[in-house]
Design a protein around this ligand. Structure first.
Ligand SMILES: *Cc1c(COP(=O)(O)O)cnc(C)c1O
Length: 497
């Protein structure tokens, strides 16, 4: 069947079948997909079908083979990296938009909500009247913010870097805990990854402002053009928040673009206990956040905020093309009224970043905020920060657990301290591997001051009650087991340290 006729009038039934499969998935009773791969790999790894099998067969395969063998990310016990399963409002909104508004241009209900949701986010997250644009994730959102920074720095010396490129040595200042997408952005923007100066942090993993000043002054003496200073509002490794107001003062004193990376941590501003750490953020020139992290959206949604979007337009200009703007320019100038949604593009987000075609992302943010409101979001953020604090308290209370860094947000870095074992990194690596194989509590690891740390990041809308206790109990049980095996002579090859 080469048309969509098979589907006409059946979407409701088909979506209900997929929905039932997803409800089943959300019970989290299936085994890990990788463990189970013999059951699905041969079924899926098929040659290109010569003829179609029809929509019912596809739906069945989705429900029976793909969904049960998806990722563990949505599980309540998943606390690895900084990624989460989407909340229901996000799933519904994306499904609705994918059919009813496949792109974000044209002045439709979805285009309105794209802008409205950006305004809501700015208000929710303490950014005042800053204007935003969505993109696919923090990687692109940082690139968009730093593209504006590049534009700002070069326009000040009379050059349009988007048109002519860059012609001199530049510097971007970020802490040694910055996300590596800062370097990648510098690479993509033609500034060079090596142009990112990594500024030392204090013992709390916050940028040292004295070190920033020294690096900046030395570069200025050498004639290097500063492009941006980047602060973390929630470092990926530890959740640390750089001294935002102080760094902002340095940036302002030198007229340097100030970019704040709040991909993960910006929503932390909703927690009154840490709100003060974000003071001055509304004065940054660009700020990013990822609704697909702490706010619970499905992956594929970040936002970059600036004070005026003109600079984005200059940084990401695309030449007008006949098949888009060209058609509107030729429209009858005597009659500029908009009578159909195709008479106008609506807000031209495609001029503010990298993407022309792009899904409607605002509708997801709008739906999540409509569902639980600012207050519901605040409660969730506070709950996650509570979980990190509860875990830290348990580490302090137990002789076998060592807290490696006091949590600022919802990340807690700690490790197991066995008696009489020298290689703590190797011990904790083994412990982590065993924990993950049990498939219930799934943190990831990182390094804090060179030491291997277990690093749960409490982020999921489904995580809460009993999770910290369960995680700690599992770690203590596995750690004690490993200790016993070691003192029994390490017969088991897996226990050899
Ligand atoms: C996750 C993260 C990024 C990258 O975001 P993606 O959405 O994964 O592209 C950038 N900066 C920080 C601080 C992050 O935590």
């Amino acid at each position: 069947m080469s048309t969509e006729k098979a589907e006409l009038g059946r979407l409701q039934t088909l979506l209900a079948q997929v929905g039932a499969g997803l409800d089943e998935y959300l019970r989290f009773e299936h085994a890990d997909a990788f463990v189970n791969r013999a059951a699905w790999q041969p079924r899926l790894a098929q040659p290109l079908p010569r003829t179609g099998e029809g929509i019912d067969a596809v739906t069945r395969e989705l429900v029976e083979t793909l969904i049960p063998n998806g990722q563990p990310i949505s599980k309540p016990g998943f606390t690895g990296y900084i990624v989460t399963g989407p909340v229901t409002a996000s799933v519904l909104a994306s499904a609705a938009a994918s059919v009813a508004s496949p792109a974000r241009y044209l002045p439709t209900a979805f285009n309105l909500v794209e802008e409205l949701s950006l305004e809501w986010l700015a208000e929710l997250l303490g950014l005042g009247a800053m204007k935003g644009v969505y993109s696919s994730g923090g990687s692109v959102a940082n690139l968009v913010g730093l593209g504006a920074a590049r534009q700002h720095a070069f326009e000040k010396i009379g050059r349009d870097p988007a048109l002519h490129g860059v012609d001199r040595a530049v510097r971007i200042y970020a802490s040694e805990e910055c996300h590596h997408t800062i370097q990648r952005s510098a690479g993509v923007l033609g500034l060079g990854r090596a142009s990112v100066a990594l500024i030392a942090c204090d013992e709390g993993k916050r940028m040292r402002v004295d070190a920033l000043r020294r690096a900046l002054e030395s570069d200025l003496r050498d004639g290097i053009l500063p492009v941006a200073i980047v602060a973390n509002a929630g470092a990926t490794n530890t959740g640390a928040i750089d001294p935002i107001a102080e760094i902002g003062e340095v940036a302002r004193a030198h007229g340097i673009w100030y970019h704040v990376d709040g991909a993960y941590g910006l929503p932390g501003i909703l927690d009154p206990r840490v709100r003060g750490l974000y003071r001055g953020i509304e004065q940054a020139d660009s700020v990013i956040t990822d609704p697909h992290k702490w706010l619970g959206a499905a992956v594929g949604i970040a936002a970059t905020f600036v004070h005026e979007r003109d600079i984005l337009e200059r940084a990401f200009t695309q030449e007008a093309s006949d098949y888009l703007e060209g058609t509107l320019e030729q429209s009858d100038a005597d009659e500029p009224r908009i009578e159909h949604s195709m008479d106008d593009f609506g807000i031209p987000y495609f001029n503010y970043g990298l993407e022309l075609s792009s899904p409607c992302r605002g509708v997801v943010v709008w739906a999540m905020l409509r569902e639980i409101g600012a207050e519901g979001m605040r409660e969730r953020i506070v709950r996650h920060n509570d979980m990190a604090r509860e875990l830290a308290a348990r580490c302090r209370a137990h002789e076998r657990l060592e807290l490696l860094l006091e949590p600022t947000l919802s990340v807690c870095c700690f490790r197991y301290r066995p008696a009489g074992v020298d290689d703590l990194d190797e011990f904790n690596r083994r412990l982590h591997r065993r924990l993950v194989r049990e498939n219930q509590y799934l943190p990831s690891t990182t390094r804090v001051d060179g030491r291997l740390a277990l690093r749960p990041c409490f982020l999921g809308a489904r995580t809460g009650e009993g999770q910290v206790e369960g995680l700690v109990d599992a770690i203590l049980r596995i750690g004690a087991g490993l200790e016993t095996e070691l003192s029994d002579g390490g017969q088991n090859a897996d226990t050899q340290l």
